[in-house]
Design a binder for this molecule. Structure first.
Ligand SMILES: Cc1ncc(COP(=O)(O)O)c(C=O)c1O
Length: 285
């Protein structure tokens, strides 16, 4: 079965030609996106994702392509047509189609594209059992990483460096030697003193939805916590490192730059947060 995409008003097979050459998303990466997890046929944290979509669109002065109620309807219909019950929904809004020039008219009609694809639930379980390895790379991105822009070239290059190094993620390091975030994940450590730390949601990182959900769980779990940047050397000396993202929720990082982190196995805090995340999400259903 061909996957079905919602493209600017039409549900169509993804293998049909359909991209408009002068879509500003295509020519300038002038657009934003969201990735929502799908579990048991339901979209996780839909409201938070739609709020962040609003935030990104407003920051770039791109109008919402349709009302929130209509958008929810299209999201559900795309899931239904693709019969995805565990996986991800990808949603992209570009500024619209216009003859190629850098400036834009305020009345362009945004183009919405939505796709969905499965991810085996077993893959998540395997990551929690074994963890992943990561490398560090310089953070080469712009000054508004809080906007979920489709302009992802530095993230693409970072992830490819990880792949070339035969690891799964790249943690990006700013000019001061501090970890910003992964190529497509937020970064966390349990530092040498046992304090769970993640960088505050400033303009240097994306305020991840899993990050937001876990912050709500931290107090309940009675964890020592500080929303405070950490350096690469603190990460290397940490008891635990882990990444978070909607694709897989929690990914324990058991090796960083070839060095074992803590015991070299997924640690208790990452495990507890993964369980807490799954519990919260089940309550939402
Ligand atoms: C750069 C970056 N940081 C963090 C995240 C995690 O965000 P979320 O938890 O909303 O998936 C992502 C996810 O795509 C990302 O691309």
């Amino acid at each position: 079965m061909s996957r079905i995409a919602y493209i600017d008003g039409v549900y169509q097979p993804m293998d049909l030609p359909g991209i408009l050459v002068e879509d500003r998303g295509y020519q300038f990466a002038d657009g934003v996106y969201e990735v929502c997890a799908i579990r048991n046929g339901k979209l996780l944290d839909e409201t938070r994702h739609l709020d962040r979509l609003d935030y990104s669109l407003q920051a770039l002065n791109i109008p919402m392509p349709m009302s929130r109620a209509a958008l929810k309807q299209v999201m559900r219909e795309t899931l239904r047509r693709n019969r995805v019950s565990d996986g991800i929904l990808y949603m992209q809004v570009s500024r619209g189609v216009a003859p190629r020039e850098h400036m834009y008219d305020a009345d362009l009609k945004p183009v919405l594209v939505i796709t969905a694809r499965p991810i085996a639930a077993e893959r998540r379980a395997q990551i929690m059992r074994k963890g992943i390895s990561a490398i560090s790379v310089p953070d080469q991105r712009w000054a508004r990483c809080d906007i979920k822009s489709i302009s992802l070239l530095p993230n693409v290059l970072a992830r490819q460096s990880a792949r070339n190094a035969k690891v799964q993620e790249a943690w990006q390091i700013d000019g001061q030697g501090m970890v910003t975030e992964g190529a497509a994940t937020n970064a966390w450590i349990v530092d040498a003193k046992g304090v769970l730390r993640t960088r505050p949601a400033d303009h240097e990182i994306l305020n991840g939805i899993v990050r937001q959900v876990l912050l709500d769980c931290v107090a309940e779990l009675g964890l020592k916590f500080a929303e405070k940047p950490f350096s690469l050397s603190e990460a290397l000396a940490a008891k635990e490192c882990f990444s978070t993202a909607s694709t897989m929720s929690v990914f324990p990082v058991v090796k960083l730059d070839g060095q074992k982190i803590g015991s070299g196995k997924p640690g208790p805090v990452a495990k507890a947060l993964s369980v807490a995340y799954d519990t919260v999400e089940q309550e939402v259903f």
